[in-house]
Design a binder for this molecule. Structure first.
Ligand code: IPE
Ligand code: IPE
Ligand code: MG
Length: 251
């Protein structure tokens, strides 16, 4: 299948992915869930490489939700160990390709043996500007909005902002994603049709793409297909077709 995503104007600037289906992938093969997570890391590598080659500047991956802490202890600890292993293995490539690692969520909740590697990776890649790879770790959209609301309330109590003058920008600037563009495209694998507390504020006008493919089976081909579908969507942002895409060609 020939997919034309070479037109940079049609590419999303920010792709966010809800990587789902690792457990089912493993179960279908009679393997323990952890094997699904292990294979999921391969999919992460493929997608990061593809996004980098295409020049997509922001890629955000939902790797672990606040709600995921409620999973059986052995699954949580395996996921943490895999995360640490991923960060250690990935660092040379992040440096080579000048990719900045970024985290959203309550990273301080992660065990210290993960945080240590995470903090080091964040510091060593902080100056990179070619691409930003954001991992959502111990992340939940409502929790992020709640923390932003607390910051705003503190600033208001200290007289730094007047309640009547709070704008959307004031809120956005206090979210973990401050300074990042909103996702243009959100992909969710595994056939589930829900957002599961992901980027609730930021996806107000994102395009959503749901695929039945389980995350460990998601690769370059599936990513390119998603980008191809995105390039054929018409984003109107509440306006009419004519306003959003003037017939004279708004290039
Ligand atoms: C996604 O796969 C990975 C995480 C949420 C950490 P799941 O582990 O949710 O896999 P399923 O949904 O049970 O198949
Ligand atoms: C969403 O997947 C979280 C991540 C991909 C990290 P879940 O598997 O946790 O979501 P639900 O439980 O199906 O909504
Ligand atoms: Mg799941």
């Amino acid at each position: 299948m020939e997919i034309d995503v070479t037109d940079a104007a049609e590419l999303p600037r920010h792709v966010a992915i809800i990587m789902d289906g690792n457990g089912r992938w493993a179960r279908q093969r009679g393997l323990p869930r952890v094997e699904g997570h292990r294979m999921g890391i391969r999919a992460v590598r493929a997608v990061v490489e593809c996004a980098r080659e295409l020049g997509i500047p922001f890629l955000t991956l939902y790797a672990f939700s606040v709600e995921n802490w409620g999973r059986p202890e052995n699954e949580v600890s395996t996921l943490m160990a895999l995360l640490r292993e991923f960060l250690l293995k990935e660092l040379p490539d992040l440096v080579r390709h000048r990719i900045r690692l970024n985290v959203i969520g309550e990273a301080e909740k992660l065990p210290s043996y993960v945080r240590e590697v995470l903090d080091r990776t964040l510091a060593l890649t902080a100056g990179h500007t070619d691409m930003t790879l954001t991992l959502a770790l111990s992340y939940a959209g409502r929790n992020e909005i709640l923390r932003a609301a607390r910051k705003l309330a503190e600033d208001a109590a200290r007289g730094r902002v007047a309640p009547g003058e709070i704008t959307e920008n004031e809120i956005a600037a206090r979210l973990d994603t401050a300074g990042m563009p909103d996702p243009d495209l959100v992909i969710r694998t595994s056939g589930e049709l829900r957002v599961s507390n992901f980027l609730l504020w930021q996806t107000a006008y994102s395009e959503f793409l749901f695929t039945d493919v389980l995350w460990p089976d998601f690769g370059k081909t599936e990513f390119l297909q998603a980008l191809d579908e995105y390039s054929r969507r018409h984003r109107r942002f509440g306006l009419t077709e004519e306003q959003a895409e003037p017939p004279s060609g708004g290039l």
